[in-house]
Design a protein. Sequence first.
Lengths: 270, 263
Amino acid sequence: MEAIRVEGLSKTFQVKRKEKGMRGSLKAVFHPHMEKIRAVDDVTFSVQEGEILAFIGPNGAGKSTTIKMMTGILYPDGGKVEVLGIDPVKKRRRLAYEIGTVFGQKEQLWTHLTPYDNLKFFGAIYDIPDDEGEKRIREIAELFELGAFINTPVRNLSLGQRIRCEIAASLIHRPRVLFLDEPTIGLDPVVKENIRTLIKRMNTELNTTIFLTSHDTGDIEKLCRRIIIINSGKVVLDDSMEHLKYNVSDTPLEDIIMEIYKSQGRGEAV
Amino acid sequence: MKKYAVIYRSVLMENLQYAANAAMGFVSYFVFIFIFTQLWNYVYSDPGQLIAGYTREQMIWYVMITEMLWFGTRAAAVSGQAAMDIRGGNIAYQINKPYHYALYLLSRYTGEWSVRLPMYALLSAVTGLVLVGGLPGFGILTFLAVIPSVVLGITIHAVFKLSISFFSFWIEDSNPFQWLYDKLLLVVGTLFPVEIFPKALQPLFRLTPVYTVCYGPAKLIVDFSVEKWVEILVAQLFYLAAGCALMFFIYGKGVKRLYVNGG
């Protein structure tokens, strides 16, 4: 069964441009120059339920914009998105109960509260009854090994511990699809490996569909069975990891990806 | 509604940890009140004198109450938070949750002032009793009667501040608009009661949020009457409904224009 279906998805942003220096700044006050940038351009793909998909591309390729349209945060200019059969534009709040999101560079946890209070909070937000919420907190704390710091305010946790809590908070409502936008950014190799193990366990034990963006080829190699590469807002490759590696078996994945980026040219999308 | 109560409770828990920080604001509040007390003591040369219908005690208590509301309910949740979330991209985490972002901010704000305002209320009561003495005619019944008006006034204030905050969906910085709104409240309804201003302007001021946000609750505390109480509560309910309609309208239009980049 398809968990995600994207057809002809497009998004254009208007970005202010200014000539250099004070003269440019003054000119921009009276004659602001806006430029249209096609961040996502006619993107089509689908993801099966239970699949772990790597959605990668250089900075500004349109990865996060695509995720934000799939989660109902941004409104597409064209095309169609369905996540678990739900249109994110029309039913954003209904979809919120079915999906989880982790943006590695952003925080959703309340930093002055403890992980326990945060999990309790997110449980209530997703209308989980108190008893059930307690049960899930115990399960998640065990799965993510949060026991040692579950009662420490989030602001006092290390980055690795915080990311574990961020992912844990995204799972309290047992989402069927999890969007992970660079979840391992800034983490040391040991913590990265722990996070990968957790993602893998979530997928195998809970059959959670994982939509992953990452610049770390380790994440992609160890977790994903399929890879989509996006550049300048367009899909430039949609292939299985096995096929990609089989074709160029001697070349490290990082070099293969680098070649694809180069051959497609690095566009300056948003 | 349960989830908004949970947001409120979480903010309360968060803010209780930093209750002592609020005490730092007491110093500027106290200096402010002391200056205004001296000013009104000088203006009221005769103890029985009335200015714009207010005795000296009523005038000083009026300023203390409106300043208490000003200092005790100041919070980023309704002024800069939306702009910060939009500019920093954190809004991505807020609007894909199963709650309404505007009501989320409103619950946060309520949690923030719930900790600070009672502390300022206690400080105001002590300061007022020491500097000018008790307020004639004010008793426990008046106190209980004005609570809904105070809560409604603060909520209307929040709804208008949030409506202005949501301009950030279109413009990069909504602070200049926040500044104009704050100064209108400060000059027209906070430092001076509406009756001080020329008669020709008073009906105009009564049409602004000033009447329902600060003037109304403070007027009821210093000079309570049932007629006034009903008049102010009806005006507040009308303003709340109109303010909420405006806030949801601006948010609904703005969120479709959201532009979040940078991961």
